[in-house]
Design a protein around this ligand. Structure first.
Ligand code: FES
Length: 496
């Protein structure tokens, strides 16, 4: 086990979110050396890190379906839990052996010093031999004692078998590759937006250069990599996985300008009511042509020549094949009428885009406050799922609905709050249409925002994202600017 660990690997080993380690680095509780943490320092901060902590094994169980899905492996390998237990046991013996080798090396050095000492004191040979024999007996007994085992070394041994770490240059980001994920899938799961196109080995846009480590091709690709590129270490991230720890050179999207305009023919996979007013529309792209977008962006949906709508994507870019939308029924919205009354599973819908700049400002380490007014929950949900992939620090979701029908999918928000220590959820019902405000309604809204600001006293030092009907979010924007927040930390998106 190296004495220096990346923040990603360290977080996995001690079983805490990456954001927690980053906060400790900022507060000076952990020392970072060029973005890496020392094992000793980590153990000093997390002395409770024990092998008995089963978080890693639980995680292994979660990925077993993917990791050992093929029948050939099912026949050739023992049960995943048995295999994981054996790897753990081997890692434990390896850690003990490594420690003993170090102790014997040390003993040899001290033996040499002992011989030199006996020579200088001119001890008679018989006495010297007897003394040295007794000395060696005691020292060897000490060296054979297993003593303290570094629990992180054992866990690291397991982790290295189950997950390889990939470091990206020049962005200096890193992520873990688990199970049968390709490099591209693992990067997307970690919330990184690498350059890619088809995800299926056809376009060559995910070409990246291996700087160190070994990759293995796990999927067929039609795109041909020239011999010169192959010999320089280039490979396709959508068709290769990491054999062990890896460093690759690949570009990460720096903003919306790096995402190309795309046209994708999708099929309706599911239409399902979320409330009386809101319909979930689940579209699926072809395997070979997915939609690359940033969380919070919107696309145009077209049904034939007649019906179209600009809608925010309500899902995470980490699943670029399954696109979710929340369609709100409103007077005069013909697209929504079509979705509610005529659209059927397997119908075809053209998707064009993405567009919009309501994206997560990933470099900020401030707490995140997401305000979703009515249909503003769609882009906010996408942003929250992306923030979770990035293991962001504090996340707060506040939903304000015109009525109870607009607080759809509340169970999902409550489940996030139950499952995550760093997530809080508040919902409020205005009791009037948030698209149209008057003095009385503004007063009600102001009281609600004031209650929230009182509940979260640190909000003015955070990043605030507002999405929903124009009247409500413009009012909320003015409210937060009046609290003294700079415009550069209040992000707004109008969702009709
Ligand atoms: S994304 Fe098209 S070849 Fe990899």
């Amino acid at each position: 086990m190296s004495n220096l660990l990346s923040v990603t690997r360290a977080a996995r080993l001690v079983g805490v979110p990456r954001a927690e380690l980053q906060k400790r680095i900022q507060h000076g509780e952990l020392c970072s050396f060029d973005g890496m943490l020392s094992v000793e320092n980590l153990l000093a901060c997390y002395p409770q890190a024990e092998l008995e902590d089963t978080a890693e094994l639980q995680r292994i169980a979660q990925i077993k379906e993917k990791a050992f899905g093929k029948r050939v492996f099912e026949r050739a390998l023992p049960e995943p839990e048995v295999l994981a237990a054996r790897v753990t046991e081997l890692s434990r013996s390896l850690a003990v052996s490594q420690k003993q080798v170090r102790q014997f090396n040390d003993l040899l050095g001290r033996l040499w010093d002992k011989v030199a000492e006996l020579r200088t004191t001119k001890t008679p040979v018989d006495t010297a031999m007897a003394e040295i024999g007794e000395w060696i007996k005691q020292e060897v007994a000490l060296a054979m004692e297993p003593g303290f085992n570094n629990p992180l070394a054992i866990k690291d041994g397991v982790l290295r078998v189950m997950a390889a770490q990939v470091s990206l240059l020049p962005s200096r980001q890193d992520f873990l590759v688990e199970g049968q994920d390709t490099l591209l899938e693992a990067a997307m799961r970690a919330g990184l937006s690498l350059s890619y196109g088809c995800s299926g080995g056809n376009c060559g846009l995910c070409k990246a250069k291996v700087l160190s480590g070994e990759v293995k091709q796990t999927r067929h690709h039609d795109f041909r990599i020239s011999e010169q590129d192959a010999s320089s270490g280039y490979m396709l991230m959508c068709c290769n996985t990491a054999v062990g720890d890896l460093t690759i050179e690949a570009e990460v999207a720096g903003g919306v300008q790096d995402i190309p305009f795309q046209q994708v023919s999708t099929r309706v996979k599911l239409i399902q009511p979320l409330s009386e007013k809101v319909m979930l529309l689940h579209l699926q792209t072809p395997r070979s042509q997915r939609l690359r977008f940033l969380a919070g962006q919107s696309v145009v949906l077209r049904v034939g020549q007649t019906f179209s709508a600009l809608l925010p994507v309500a899902s995470c870019p980490c699943d670029d094949r399954n696109l979710l939308f929340h369609v709100h029924r409103q007077n005069g919205n013909l697209f929504a009428d079509y979705v509610f009354e005529r659209l059927r599973a397997n119908d075809s819908i053209e998707v064009e885009g993405p567009q919009g700049e309501f994206i997560l400002h990933e470099k900020s380490e401030r707490p995140l406050y997401f305000f979703a007014f009515d249909g503003g929950f769609a882009p906010i949900k996408s942003l929250i799922e992306h923030a979770m992939s990035l293991e962001a620090g504090e996340i707060h979701l506040i939903r304000i609905g015109s009525d109870a029908e607009e607080i759809y999918l509340a169970n999902q928000a409550r489940a996030w709050a139950d499952a995550l220590d760093n997530f809080s959820y508040v919902e409020k019902i205005a009791g009037f249409d948030l698209r149209t405000l008057n003095l009385h309604r503004e007063h009600v809204l102001e009281n609600m925002l004031a209650e929230i600001a009182a509940q979260y006293s640190a909000i003015s030092a955070a990043d605030v994202y507002l999405a929903g009907p124009e009247a409500a979010i413009k009012y909320a924007e003015r409210y937060f600017l009046a609290l003294g927040m700079p415009k550069s930390r209040v992000f707004v998106e109008v969702v009709k």
